[in-house]
Design a protein around this ligand. Sequence first.
Ligand code: ATP
Ligand code: ZN
Length: 290
Amino acid sequence: MSARLRIAVQKSGRLADKSLDLLEAAGLHVVKGANDLLFRVENAPIDLLRVRDDDIPTFVADGVANLGIVGRNVLLERAKPEDGPCEIMALGFGRCDLKIAGPLGFAYDGPRSLQGLRVATTYPRQLSRFLRENDVEAEIVTMRGAVEVAPRLKLAHVICDLVSTGATLEANGLAAFETIARSEAVLIQSPQPLDPQFAPIVESVTQRFRGVTASRDAKYVMMNAPRAALPRISEILPGSDAPTVTPLAGREDYVAVHAVCQESVFWETLERLKAAGASAILVLPIEKMM
Ligand code: ATP
Ligand code: ZN
């Protein structure tokens, strides 16, 4: 039996389903078998090691898993990031910000406002880096969870926590006033030398992941336009390379323009294209891209 590449993923939680969705979108069929710890990919020599997210960087650092999918916030909280796993690519889901928040009405006027205060967090390393960089001395109260209750319990004056919608803060009478780091799920690779037989699999997985993340926002845009409007239209198309231009049967002055736009195409963009002379504008989703 030949060896199988291991990817560590969160077993349950905010990243769990989306990690599996990414693998599926990359054409890797995950079989949810009886073994809870390891899921097999049936059409590639890959196993998923399902663990708590906090353990993923350690497993990948030690080479127990070759790759991992984890929040950048968790990766950055490692004791010695320099000899740990490295981030190969951002995956575009699980987005959140590490923010400083305090009771409504807290008069925040820049990092100096934190001088001498107690700050509760589950991310002491990133918080202490932020305080150090801003030359602020504050006491860090490290908690395992439920940081948002700390101000109410008078355990801390303010908190430093992950925020995506802000609903949890609001429910606890808190408001955010500073972002200290941005996070999303990232693909990480072990610093351990990669077994040469795994190299093509890692290459294929990363290429496919890139394809999936790139095609998520990307759109295929088609339209007819006067030839003279081409420079203006290329300018308007968001995040596209040179468009494909083909002649229209029986029309000397008109062409068909096709382009892949890497960024979201909004109604405003379509209105501007129309104003530039384009007609029959179609925006199509892209399923795969390489
Ligand atoms: P585990 O049981 O695996 O330890 P957990 O409770 O530590 O899970 P989750 O709450 O499932 O972790 O969050 C996993 C990751 O999801 C976070 O590390 C972060 O990268 C991302 N995330 C996205 N939005 C948020 C948010 N609003 N709050 C917390 N994490 C978020
Ligand atoms: Zn966790």
